[in-house]
Design a binder for this molecule. Structure first.
Ligand code: ZN
Length: 133
């Protein structure tokens, strides 16, 4: 979890910095990610500070730490553990289930607008353990 917090510092998001680490069952192989724009998209501060779904903005450009972490990982992640600084959102919960992660450890809860109850239900139905750590 300390590594996830360290990786979160790489995020250019002025509001929320999220870090994610996934680790193989023996913890010898890891992948990392943080919330940020897709590789190749410049990190313009005005885009980070703009909100809205119909313009170049944080809302349309940001990829969540879990998404980047799993996209950066070329391993079969079945049975791996995921450490993330913030409770996964609904979109990431579905991706975590799809990638057959075994356990999610998180530190911070998220606002109700991210619907954490639905995220927990998706993880539960996908047989992914969720532990506040
Ligand atoms: Zn997410």
């Amino acid at each position: 979890m300390a590594m996830a917090h360290t990786i979160a510092m790489r995020s250019r998001d002025p509001a929320t910095k999220v870090g994610c680490v996934i680790a193989s069952p023996d913890h010898k192989r890891i992948c990392i990610g943080y919330n940020g724009f897709a590789a190749g998209i410049e990190n313009r501060q005005d885009w980070w500070e703009t909100r809205g779904n119909d313009v170049l903005s944080k809302d349309t450009l940001v990829r969540h730490a879990e998404e980047n972490c799993l996209a950066n990982c070329y391993e079969n992640t079945e049975g791996w553990d995921l450490y993330v600084t913030h409770h996964p959102c609904v979109r990431c919960a579905s991706l975590i289930v799809h990638k057959k992660i075994r356990t999610v450890f998180y530190r911070h809860d998220v606002k109700q607008r991210y619907n954490p109850e639905l995220s927990r239900e998706i993880l539960r139905r996908g047989q992914v353990a969720l532990i506040r750590f």
